[in-house]
Design a protein around this ligand. Structure first.
Ligand SMILES: Cc1cc2nc3c(=O)[nH]c(=O)nc-3n(C[C@H](O)[C@H](O)[C@H](O)COP(=O)(O)OP(=O)(O)OC[C@H]3O[C@@H](n4cnc5c(N)ncnc54)[C@H](O)[C@@H]3O)c2cc1C
Length: 418
């Protein structure tokens, strides 16, 4: 079969064709909830993902520091749940014709028709706006990027300088992991604000203590304006030399949404209504890092596995509601805690209010590390549990909104483009 050939899928016209693109935290749990509860009665469910192994993105800083990660083949995660898994790269979506274009690993192109589309393609590091970032920095944003960083860290001489840019959770987890795994390197964190500025006083004090123990140098209030070969150039004209630079700054949504004309915010996230429909296309549902709510669903939603899985599950529930002519439910979410790994030996569990603002209460040290590890395991375990007992996955804040009017009722909130 050559590149030009396309296969139009054989479809059962009596069933709703539901296609999920993106087999990360959001996409896999959508497929499990939907197929597990529907049991092949009303829908044909197809899940398309670039690779056939589930990427535990929340552990990619561990992969970068050469820790073996357990592999979870996606077909095995789905088990016998009537999900048609397709490995391939989604290159296009025709919103008018309701089709998805996929490039298969053997080079063939495939056209997959849908009645309902679930867009769950996740995010990528925001590297485009700063000159030199794409050329001169590594990242932990994808498995391939983390593997490239792993290789580089293994090659550098003792005493080499590693700089991690970004004082948020990804930057903190990455810099501590590298400093712990490679004590012979000089490791620094560079951030435009303060490190862990959203943590409580106690949480931040503990974090700074761990940085000291791991001998991590910190540049705060230091905005990187450009990256050159071997040096970060800051807004105030400083040059910070490096042998290895890691971009741990912010993330943007995968670019396809913008390219196909879905309404997106500045980070490329698709604008969604409270039911997780794209505001312009009610047949397109969005979950995970790719989604941006036009009205806040109980808390400001940040890109996180902790929010992606609840969103994916809500999409599954709402599709089931549509299939069964039941009312859909608005997504509602409350935060409970933030779990931050600080290498393998220490962790910081920051208790937060429902709106994600920090309380003074924390768990630290080996207890914090244990809780963080259990939470990481819980993500995959809860998928496995959902496969065995469909309907079990739940989250804080779920259902605080009463069951709403029928699904075809227009959204009443004003739509604000972010
Ligand atoms: C190092 C690191 C640590 C993190 N730690 C935490 C944490 O502790 N807690 C937390 O809550 N969050 C954490 N996050 C964030 C979390 O990983 C993401 O928010 C989460 O992965 C989002 O889930 P998702 O399903 O939206 O996207 P993803 O998990 O990224 O899944 C998207 C999937 O779509 C596939 N895909 C993308 N484009 C295409 C295409 N065109 N065709 C086919 N397939 C495609 C990708 O291969 C991927 O499998 C961390 C992130 C990183 C990078």
């Amino acid at each position: 079969m050559n590149d030009e050939q396309q296969i139009i899928e054989e479809t059962d016209v009596n069933k709703t064709q539901i296609v999920i693109i993106g087999g990360g935290y959001a996409g896999v749990i959508t497929a499990l909830r939907l197929a597990g509860k529907d049991r092949g009665k009303r829908a044909d469910v197809t899940l398309i993902n670039a690779v056939d192994t589930f990427t535990q993105r929340i552990r990619l800083h561990q992969l970068a520091t050469d820790q073996p990660l357990r592999q979870y083949p996606i077909p095995r995660l789905l088990g016998k749940r009537n999900v048609n898994f397709v490995q391939g790269w989604v290159t296009d979506i025709s919103l008018d014709q309701h089709t998805v274009q996929v490039n298969l690993p053997d080079g063939a192109a495939r056209t997959v028709p849908y009645d309902k589309l679930v867009y769950a393609l996740g995010s990528i590091p925001a590297t485009v706006n700063i000159p030199g970032v794409a050329e001169h920095t590594y990242s932990v944003g994808s498995r391939e990027e983390a593997a490239a960083l792993r290789q580089r860290l293994q090659q550098v001489e003792p005493g080499s300088r590693v700089v991690v840019v970004g004082g948020g959770l990804t930057g903190i987890e990455t810099v501590t992991e590298i400093a712990e795994a490679y004590p012979q390197l000089q490791v620094h964190l560079v951030t435009a604000g303060a490190v862990g500025e959203k943590l409580s006083r106690h949480g931040r004090n503990y974090l700074m203590k761990v940085f000291e123990m791991l001998r991590i140098g910190v540049y705060e209030q230091t905005r990187v304006q450009a990256v050159e070969d071997g040096a970060l150039v800051t807004a105030d004209g400083q040059r910070i030399a490096f042998d290895v630079a890691v971009w741990g700054g912010s993330f943007v949504a995968a670019p396809l949404a913008r390219a196909v004309g879905l309404p997106v915010n500045a980070r490329g996230q698709i604008l969604v209504d409270p039911y997780l429909h794209a505001i312009s296309h009610p047949d397109v549902y969005v979950a995970g890092d790719a989604a941006a709510f036009v009205t806040q669903p109980g808390a400001p939603i940040r890109m996180a596995c902790a929010t992606a899985m609840p969103m994916g599950t809500q999409v599954g529930d709402n599709l089931l509601a549509v299939l069964n002519d039941q009312p859909q439910q608005r997504f509602h979410f409350n935060y409970f805690l933030q779990c931050i790994s600080l290498g393998r030996d220490r962790g910081l569990v920051q208790f937060v209010r429902p709106d994600d603002t920090a309380l003074e209460r924390t768990l630290t040290g080996s207890t914090g590390a244990l809780v963080k590890e259990l939470i990481c395991q819980f993500t995959v375990r809860s998928m496995q549990l959902e496969r065995m007992l469909p309907g079990t996955y739940t989250w804080p804040g779920k259902g605080k909104i009463p069951v709403d009017a029928p699904h075809n009722q227009p959204v009443s909130e004003p739509v604000q483009h972010i």
